[in-house]
Write a protein that binds this ligand. Structure first.
Ligand code: NDP
Length: 496
């Protein structure tokens, strides 16, 4: 909230009225030159603050649009979770969302072919719950140690500081588990026409839990109520030049017009006793759970009806993490999820400081009491006053207790087994991309042809012949004719 000074006048940052805000104080000579003064606090603060306006850009997901809105429960799922915000049909929860590209920088064009990150913070009666999803159901890798390498290969070459097709494809032929995600990236869905027309997927497997200790494995799906809408490659390239903020403007303008985007949230579930019947490793983020075997169960609606009043305060300073969970939702043994639960808050601490959860856009609606986390840069809370800053104290000056009193206990699950190399490639890695190619894309008019053209245009940028051959081989493992068609299309482009 902006609070005006006593006479609606500019003040200095410390509150004193500023007589003029548009002139520096100068000692002038007869010829009209001027020396500025070190005592001109307003000038010094103006220059010094400007130099410090930027905070570190997110290393991934830097360019984004944001909005606020609500989630409303439409179906009862109290048989599988006690999460308060998911129970009681009709219950509404305030949300903040941020939808981004992944690789390109904050000033980049919205329509560059990329996955889109979709983060949603639910401000629930039990504290915040974050969903940090993508607009595609699978991810490129299943071992978190590859995450930085994957992202660097999609960004800028260390020598040329430009994007580099050799680097991109060199990474992917070395990590063939990424082929399923690549099929999505170069499909129509790699260039959304509007953020109102994208789907969102947890990708990860979560656990929805009950107080009695029971749980189900869950994947969460968000479907655009108006259906998925995509640009052609040519439209996306044109808009990247003509209207680089195309998707951001579209979301903002449609919300301003009252054309609120809405989406349906559903879940797929697996009882722990039935995991063995699933045809894929449910903790592998490069795989989906087949719809036929695991039908979608509707849960609620998401609606974005409010634009940010201040982008920096509400969207840039927003920090989302898969570790932000409420009772009734738990992480599973998905290695990527486990690593993201560390990496996202770590990134927020670097980008915003150790007290980032206190920023208004991140602060939960409920009181927070964790007096063992205090002090630190930019702590603008009362900092727990005189309360003990150590555990298990019997002294409670402000009436709070330092030990938890919630009746919520994490579910019990025993895990054991050898440490394995999770990037081992098997035929399983090619079955679902094959189904996407032969079953899903084949059904949609022109989808296969557009895919070939999109991917060939990219591979044609690879300078090394032997690397291009390896790329064709990768897609031959999905489908012999797919690899051949890509090769043919690339060769035509390279010779042209
Ligand atoms: P289904 O035929 O039941 O599912 C296919 C799904 O593919 C659709 O429901 C839709 O998911 C999505 N889809 C439709 N058109 C396209 C397109 N042009 N490009 C990308 N995705 C599209 O079969 P299965 O569940 O057995 O999945 C078959 C393959 O479909 C999978 O191997 C996977 O590659 C892909 N897929 C599966 C999803 C899943 O969760 N099972 C989700 C998305 C894709 P949606 O309704 O989510 O848009």
């Amino acid at each position: 909230m902006i609070v005006a000074g006593p006479h609606n006048l500019y003040t200095l940052a410390e509150g004193a009225p500023a007589p003029r805000n548009d002139t520096s104080v100068q000692v002038r000579n007869k010829q009209g030159g001027g020396l500025v003064l070190l005592q001109d606090t307003q000038l010094i603060e103006t220059l010094a603050h400007f130099s410090r306006e930027r905070i570190p850009e997110r290393v991934v997901h830097a360019k984004a649009a944001g909005a606020r809105g609500y989630f409303q429960v439409t179906h009862d799922i109290s048989d599988i979770t006690d999460a308060d915000f998911l129970n009681a049909i009709g219950k509404k929860t305030e949300v903040v969302t941020r939808i981004s590209t992944v690789g390109p920088e904050s000033g980049s064009a919205d329509t560059i072919r990329d996955f889109h990150g979709w983060a949603i913070k639910f401000k629930t009666a039990e504290g915040n719950n974050d969903w940090v999803f993508n607009n595609q159901p699978v991810f490129f890798v299943r071992d978190p140690i590859k995450f930085p390498s994957l992202n660097r290969s999609h960004k800028r070459h260390p020598a040329t500081h430009t994007s580099d097709a050799d680097m991109f494809w060199d990474f992917h032929v070395g990590s063939p588990e990424s082929v399923h995600a690549l099929m999505f990236l170069f499909s129509d869905r790699g260039t959304p026409a509007t953020l109102r027309g994208i789907n969102g997927y947890s990708g990860h497997t979560y656990k929805f839990t009950k107080k009695d200790g029971s749980f189900h494995y869950v994947k969460i799906h968000i479907h655009a109520d108006g259906g998925v809408k995509n640009l052609t490659n040519e439209e996306a390239i044109r808009l990247a030049g003509e209207s680089p903020d195309y998707l951001t403007n579209d979301l903002y303008n449609e919300i301003e017009k009252g054309n609120y985007p809405s989406y349906t949230v559903s879940i797929q579930t697996i009882h722990p006793a039935d995991v063995a019947m699933c045809p894929v490793n449910i903790f592998d983020m490069t795989k989906v759970w087949p719809h036929e075997q695991y039908p979608l169960r509707p849960v609620g609606k998401l609606v974005f009806d409010t634009n940010p009043v201040n982008y920096f305060a509400e969207v840039e300073q927003a920090a989302f993490s898969p570790s932000t969970l409420v009772p009734g939702i738990e992480p599973s043994a998905d290695p990527m999820l486990q690593a993201r639960m560390f990496a996202y808050p770590d990134a927020a601490r670097y980008r915003l400081g150790v007290n980032y959860q206190m920023l208004p856009t991140n602060a939960p609606k409920v009181p927070v009491y964790i007096p063992t986390e205090r002090d630190g840069f930019m702590n603008f809370s009362a900092n727990y006053g005189p309360d003990p800053n150590y555990l298990n104290s019997s002294i409670h000056p402000t009436g709070f207790h330092t030990t938890g009193v919630s009746d919520y206990k994490p579910t019990e699950e025993s895990l054991s087994g050898p440490v394995v190399f999770t990037s081992e490639i098997t035929d399983e890695d090619f079955k679902q991309p094959r189904a996407l190619w032969n079953k899903v894309m084949a059904k949609e008019d022109g989808a296969q042809e557009r895919f070939i053209s999109n991917i060939a245009g990219n591979i044609a940028g690879v300078k090394r012949d032997w690397l291009r051959e390896k790329v064709f081989e990768l897609f031959r493992r999905v489908d012999e004719s797919l690899g051949d068609r890509i090769e043919e299309a690339v060769n035509k482009m390279v010779k042209a």
